[in-house]
Design a protein around this ligand. Structure first.
Ligand SMILES: Nc1nc2c(c(=O)[nH]1)N[C@H]1C(S)=C(S)[C@@H](COP(=O)(O)O)O[C@H]1N2
Ligand SMILES: [Mo]
Length: 263
């Protein structure tokens, strides 16, 4: 498991590099006739080559984060997909929603968006879907291969008019675990990753209660505990500080699990 900290919007190599490169380009542009002079300066040469190297490594980092998780064939699917954590949120509110097949359930997409959305299950099911057979890895030492079908998260965020200041997407769940609300969060690279979906189906059937009915996150480049079940609300935020314990997720807040659980 690699350790990547939540990026801060105001620091970090990629943004400072871009600023520096723009400053250089701007300077050269202003001094048209003085271009040779700028290029001849050893300090500038060093800065330029350093900038290029750092840009390449930033590029590599981003490329790796966008790589697809392995997808499997139908023949490789696990005969039984285990359940873990909450198997039924059991709250009065959830029981009422489950009692009529989630006909009154809605997903909220809100926070730093231009147009907050409230979507029924029927509306979500009518959206373009992606199906993928992937392996789920739980830190407790088990894996299962299953076929997930759902709406790409990026599609919903675009439709809601995501603010360019949003840095994270928070998933608020219907269940309490150990008495605390279960929640999780991811950054924008994972939010717009093509395999990041809000799944309504497992192995061709609507999600059963134990797997997070009616809607759960699949973020395939990360471990099991990031795969939030019973998602009720998707919130775009610029910082995780004010959300529950401030560490970006239930396990992160209460058990010191890493926020970035990349596999
Ligand atoms: N809301 C919610 N999401 C959750 C959990 C949970 O307890 N509550 N458990 C997590 C853990 S540790 C794992 S391994 C997976 C298990 O998903 P499954 O029950 O569909 O196998 O869900 C994750 N998402
Ligand atoms: Mo897990």
């Amino acid at each position: 498991m690699s350790q990547i900290m939540p990026p801060s919007p105001r620091s970090g190599p990629p943004s400072s590099l871009i600023t520096r490169r723009h400053a250089l380009v701007g300077g050269a542009g202003l001094l048209l006739a003085g271009c040779d002079q700028i290029n001849a300066s050893p300090a500038t040469q060093a800065l330029l080559s350093l900038g290029e190297k750092a840009t390449r490594s930033a590029q590599r980092l981003i490329t790796d984060r966008n790589a697809l998780a392995k997808e499997y064939s139908r023949a490789e699917m696990s005969p039984v997909f285990r359940m873990n954590g909450t198997r039924d949120p059991g709250t009065e509110a959830y029981k009422a929603l489950a009692a009529n097949g989630f006909a009154d359930w809605t997903l909220s997409v809100d926070g730093m968006v231009r147009q907050p959305l409230k979507l029924s299950l029927a509306q979500l099911q009518a959206a373009p879907m992606r199906t993928q057979i992937t392996r789920h890895d739980c830190v407790e030492g088990w894996s299962a291969i299953g076929e997930w079908t759902g709406v790409p998260l990026g599609l919903l965020l675009r439709r809601a008019g995501l603010s360019s200041y949003a840095r994270y997407v928070v998933f608020h769940c219907a269940d309490l675990y150990g008495g605390k609300p279960y929640y999780e969060s991811i950054d924008m690279i994972d939010a717009f990753h093509p395999q990041t979906i809000l799944a309504t189906r497992l192995n061709g059937k609507p999600l059963v209660l134990g797997h997070g009915a009616p809607l759960r996150l699949r973020v395939e480049r990360q471990l099991g505990y990031k795969q939030a079940k019973y998602v009720m609300r998707v919130e775009a935020v610029s910082s995780l500080d004010a959300i529950h314990g401030g560490k970006g997720g239930y396990w992160e807040d209460s058990h010191g699990y890493q926020w970035y659980a990349g596999i």
